[in-house]
Write a new protein. Structure first.
Length: 386
């Protein structure tokens, strides 16, 4: 790095310094996106000088040796255990993010059930619609309840009408706007009660999957509850400088669709060829340092902040609310200056604050202060005057 910078022109070096300041400042005020930033990977920063590539299946040894497959397997193993997978029947890999993990889950489902229909609720993440389009699978959107959770009655009625077709469900454990959690065991029992033989449930647990096991009461989403595959994002709850994700699936299912490729000396089981080998290292490092206790403590801190945030906003007369156990506080849309400074995601007439593990009381207090002083924005108006 030193060498590279030495060769930069002063003006370019200045730009990097500026960019660093800007991104650090932006990071300070980010309470609207589920991105934890309380990580420190300096101990393993030296790995940035290596051309690591985790190409191929992490559970097979390929020909390229500059890789972190053993650590990647341990990361998958950690989540397989956390998600109560069968210890003899799990597989997975570290992806580029929750979206790719969802793509893999849907791909697996389609290969197993080529005649299936995908059902997902209207609160589902936008990546899912795109993935379904890419995979060219017929799909039906299910209504959501007011809290963002799937409307199970609508789900039941809809699959009843198509009961001759395999059912593929894309359930969400922690929707993007309201952090609502679809009940995987309820979904599974509806399918069972209708005696539909061919079915597959993929659970998109991008944010909440990393702390779902610590929720009290625990809500059904894991393998024992009925999921066939689960995806999470690595850069959300755990925190990672590079976007990353994890997909955990059943090995028996993956084996049915694997193809061997001689060029890399491994099975071509992943969506992309060359794969980031740094993220598995980062995730492994974070998991080893935190352990289950550390993960749990992070969730509890976030939860406390979310409770505090909800209570304070209510004191201010705002109609703030949370789903049970959620880190996300939903409020009516806030003025634009606030949305921009605090980077609050806004959809329709609601905004949200997500109390990730790095969010502090001081930070929230600053936000409340800004909110109190903010002027109500004018409704959309024409830019010109006559
Ligand atoms: C963030 C998110 C995703 C997408 O994950 P990326 O890591 O951004 O690709 C998918 N589903 C839900 C519910 C999410 O919150």
């Amino acid at each position: 790095m030193e060498q590279v910078l030495k060769s930069l022109k002063p003006a370019d070096r200045e730009r990097i310094t500026e960019l660093k300041k800007e991104t650090e400042n932006a990071s300070e005020f980010c309470i609207g996106y589920p991105v934890a930033r309380d990580f420190d990977y300096s101990e393993i920063a030296d790995f940035l000088s290596l051309a690591i590539n985790n190409i191929g299946d992490p559970f097979e040894e390929g020909t390229y040796k500059v890789e972190t497959h053993p650590l990647e397997r341990e990361v998958i193993g950690f989540f397989a255990k956390l998600f109560r997978a069968n210890p003899k029947d799990y597989w997975g890999y570290v992806t580029n993010g929750g979206s790719e993990s969802n793509l893999y889950g849907l791909y697996l489902a389609r290969e197993l059930h080529p005649k299936g229909i995908v059902y997902y609720s209207e609160s589902t993440h936008y990546s899912v619609k795109k993935n379904i389009h890419l995979l060219n699978i017929p799909s039906i959107v299910i209504r959501s309840q007011e809290n963002g959770e799937m409307d199970y009655e609508d789900f039941e009625n809809t699959i009843k009408m198509n009961r001759h077709k395999p059912v593929i469900v894309l359930a969400t454990f922690g929707t993007t706007m309201k952090e609502a959690k679809d009940d995987v065991s309820k979904i599974k029992s509806i399918i069972k009660n209708l005696a539909i033989q061919d079915h597959y449930i993929h659970c998109d647990a991008a944010l909440a999957g990393s702390f779902g096991a610590f929720m009290e009461p625990k809500l059904p989403f894991d393998f024992k509850d009925g999921s066939d595959s689960i995806s999470i994002s690595g850069h959300k709850f755990i925190g990672c400088p590079i976007p990353s994700g994890v997909i955990v699936a059943k090995k028996s299912n993956r084996d049915r669709i694997a193809h061997g490729i001689s060029y890399i000396g491994s099975s071509d089981t992943t969506i992309t060829g060359s794969r980031n080998g740094h993220s598995p290292l980062f995730l492994w490092y974070a998991l080893k340092k935190l352990g289950l206790e550390g993960m749990k403590a992070r969730y509890q801190h976030g939860l406390e902040m979310a409770k505090y945030c909800e209570a304070r906003l209510k004191d201010l007369g705002l109609n703030a609310w949370r789903n049970p156990g959620a880190l996300t506080v939903v409020i009516p849309k806030v003025p634009k200056t606030i949305r921009e400074k605090w980077q609050l995601a806004t959809e329709g007439d609601i905004s949200h604050i997500i109390c990730m593990p790095n969010v502090t009381k001081d930070q929230l207090d600053m936000f409340f202060e800004d909110l109190i002083n903010a002027k109500e924005e004018a409704e959309d108006d024409f830019e010109f005057d006559f």
